[in-house]
Design a protein around this ligand. Structure first.
Ligand SMILES: N[C@@H](CCC(=O)N[C@@H](CS)C(=O)NCC(=O)O)C(=O)O
Length: 337
């Protein structure tokens, strides 16, 4: 995989989302919410896709919106379904996610990214607009939520959630990539400083409150979690985000463990997919493609004591049940939720 960077500044250039149709309750973009109609295509390695996996679990959308899990290692035609029998997604019948992109736009030449939602009857990609996907699962798919589903994007907290998300996106979610993909020292250092400054700010905020916004789990926690859970296995070493490990930042480490141990979070995390993807795919960063054996992961299941801060994880709702049988992740290295 070639990583696009600016030759002048050495900064990583993230490709824009291209397909931004929305699946809505009223179907105004031509894509109405409907049980069984769409397939969410993810890589369990990908932090942006993993947001969708967590939200889908918390809201109990597993049977309404099925999931296709791509091989964590892309080839030159990008994401592929080599984990499935015959190398084809059993529902969409395709070998590469690119086929759904090209069914939507035969002239499309840009990146093939996850997460992606595909319309099963036509095989066409509907959206790869990941920030919108999770918000729409919360606000447009309500008729299909399980009973007891939490409110992850409550109206009264939206401004605060949006503000927190903007900072977390720029200086955490995206900054780790900007540090890791930088091709000039100054671009790397800029991203590194922004990242750890923001982690210090978040740590201070979370010292006194269990969750980022309000006293329940919201979209803001999900977006921070998917970066934190990758921190020690990948970003600390591979992306050189190494002022501290997550496990050396006591507040953030306890916060991340609290979420990991909450049903719907840790049960979506596949550390094996995460490590193999980053270390094997980014050949510019890791030319040998050797996947490190560490870190030891058993700390994820140790007590976090965050209950002492109060908070009601699911608000007036309830935790989700266990993941469907065929979505359970085998723990290879000691961390089970
Ligand atoms: N392209 C989006 C989607 C998120 C994304 O970067 N997904 C990664 C996996 S973590 C991916 O699919 N990359 C392949 C590509 O963009 O070609 C963005 O960067 O705004």
């Amino acid at each position: 995989m070639t990583i696009p960077t600016d030759p002048e500044t050495g900064e990583f250039r993230r490709s824009a989302n291209h397909f931004d149709a929305r699946i809505t309750a009223d179907g105004r973009d031509g894509w109405p919410v409907e049980a069984g109609r769409y397939r969410l295509v993810v890589s369990r390695a990908c932090p942006w896709a993993s947001r969708g996996l967590v939200v889908r679990r918390l809201l109990g959308l597993e049977s309404a919106l099925s999931v296709a899990v791509a091989d964590p290692i892309q080839d030159d035609k990008s994401w592929r379904f080599t984990l499935d029998p015959g190398g084809r997604d059993p529902v969409l019948g395709i070998k590469y996610l690119a086929e759904a992109y090209h069914a939507a736009d035969p002239h499309y030449l840009d990146g093939i990214s996850v997460p992606a939602i595909v319309d099963i009857p036509s095989g066409r990609l509907v959206t790869n607009d990941y920030p919108r996907i999770t918000l729409d699962l919360s606000t447009e798919w309500t008729s299909l939520h399980r009973s007891g589903a939490p409110e992850l994007y409550p109206e009264r907290l939206r401004d605060e959630i949006d503000a927190v998300n903007a900072g977390v996106y720029a200086d955490v979610n995206a900054a780790v990539y900007q540090a890791g993909f930088a091709t000039r020292q100054s671009a790397y250092e800029d991203a590194y400083h922004r990242l750890f400054t923001m982690l210090d700010v978040l740590s201070e905020r979370l010292e006194r409150q269990r969750y980022l916004v309000g006293d329940t789990i919201t979209e803001a926690d999900i977006r921070l979690f998917t970066t934190l859970v990758r921190f020690d296995p990948v970003y600390h070493g591979h992306f050189k985000c190494n002022r501290n490990k997550l496990a050396e930042m006591p507040v953030l480490w306890a916060y991340a463990r609290d979420l990991f141990q909450t049903p719907g979070f840790g049960d979506t995390v596949d550390f094996d997919h995460i490590k193999r993807h980053y270390y094997a795919v980014h050949e510019q960063v890791n030319p040998t493609r050797i996947v490190p054996l560490g870190p030891e992961l058993s700390g994820w299941t140790t007590p976090h004591h965050r209950e002492q801060l109060g908070g009601r994880p699911f608000g007036d709702g309830t935790p989700p049940g266990p993941p469907p049988e065929d979505e359970r992740i085998e723990a290879k290295d000691g961390a089970t939720s």
